[in-house]
Design a binder for this molecule. Structure first.
Ligand code: DAH
Length: 347
């Protein structure tokens, strides 16, 4: 009997201790920790009461076990109740802190776009690539020979005055035209040749429509039986793709030393359809590029047999195309990197 009395005392003590202790706990984690101290099968205070069963006389074992089990059930429900209370509170706090206001305006992600000249360059490259042109990128520093002499513009030729050149030395210069690429291509490759060559060019020229650095795309086709008609046919296709299906071309006689005949190419005004507006200055036509049949002197200088081959060439100013397409009236707007301007142009 002594053991059972002793047990009752121990039980009362444990109950008291649990009640005291649980009042101090503040969250479900500490409930979990303390639960181990009390209920763990091996080391817990209640668990270890069970281990003493061996010392209890046989006739008291049943009572002893029953009392310990009652204590265990009491403690378990006590812990569970407290645990549920804390968990509910913790969940409420978590919901509170993670609350999302679905009516809040979304964060705006700024996205960049390509520079208008790069957009035009990409569009032209795609169009010419679809027509079977290869791309050749030359160098910005050229020799006088490639930029002028080989293009039938020797020293003292009056056509040199057409382009105000930045010389780096008597021999080297910043290329004034991507036409220099024609010579490199013909030196490196036998006909048939079909290339476009985009890149920066430089001239000492500066006003609302000219900048000391600008971008051109050169085209060169050399093959058997090439005539001005092939140039016209190709240009007709090209302008429809870049300015719209209704666009027509018109060739006007011009002069370039490296082409004979040379032409200036106009397109029917894509804004007024040819009736005359501000963009086409009332003429219905807009000048877009220079072109011509490659001068035999240029072909021969590159070792091309002119009895067998002929060619056409053209040169397009990309800033000019960008200005026409996007309604920009001052070339400086393309170089000032003003986001208010650039953001409006995303083709
Ligand atoms: N290189 C000339 C310029 O910069 C443009 C040009 C005209 C290129 C006629 C050509 C061409 O290939 O055939 O003004």
């Amino acid at each position: 009997m002594a053991e059972l009395n002793e047990l009752s005392e121990k039980i009362a003590k444990i109950k008291q201790e649990v009640q005291n202790e649980l009042e101090k706990l503040e969250n479900s984690k500490s409930v979990y920790e303390y639960k181990k101290v009390i209920l763990d099968g091996k080391t817990g205070k209640i668990g270890s009461l069970m281990k003493e069963m061996g010392k209890i006389p046989n006739e008291q074992k049943a009572d002893y076990g029953k009392k310990v089990n009652e204590l265990k059930t009491w403690a378990q429900s006590y812990f569970e109740e407290l645990d549920a209370k804390f968990k509910q509170e913790e969940m409420r706090r978590r919901y509170e802190s993670e609350k999302i206001d679905v009516t809040m305006p979304a964060k705006k992600h700024e996205h960049g776009n390509l520079h208008p000249v790069t957009q035009v360059r990409n569009q032209l490259t795609d169009i010419f690539a679809s027509m079977g042109f290869e791309i050749y990128e030359g160098t910005e520093i050229e020799t006088d020979y490639y930029n002028f002499t080989a293009l039938n513009t020797p020293q003292d030729h009056p056509a040199r005055d057409m382009q105000d050149t930045f010389y780096l030395s008597p021999e080297y210069l910043l290329r004034t035209q991507t036409s220099a690429g024609q010579i490199h291509v013909m030196e490196a490759k036998k006909p048939p040749i079909k290339v476009v060559s985009p890149g920066k060019v430089f001239r000492s020229d500066d006003d609302a429509t000219h900048s000391p650095m600008f971008t051109q795309m050169e085209g060169l086709v050399v093959d058997k039986g090439i005539t001005l008609c092939d140039l016209k046919g190709m240009l007709d296709e090209f302008v429809k793709k870049i300015f719209g299906k209704e666009t027509k071309t018109r060739l006007r006689p011009s002069y370039f030393p490296f082409t004979e005949p040379s032409v200036e190419v106009d397109v029917s005004c894509f804004q007024c359809g040819g009736c005359g507006c501000k963009l086409c200055k009332g003429t219905g036509w807009i000048e877009v590029l220079g072109a011509g049949v490659v001068n035999n002197k240029v072909l021969e200088g590159c070792g091309v047999d002119t009895n067998e081959y002929s060619g056409f060439a053209f040169g397009i100013g990309l800033e000019r195309i960008a200005m026409l397409k996007y309604g920009i009236n001052n070339i400086k707007l393309l170089f000032e990197s003003d986001l208010r301007v650039l953001k409006q142009i995303d083709d």
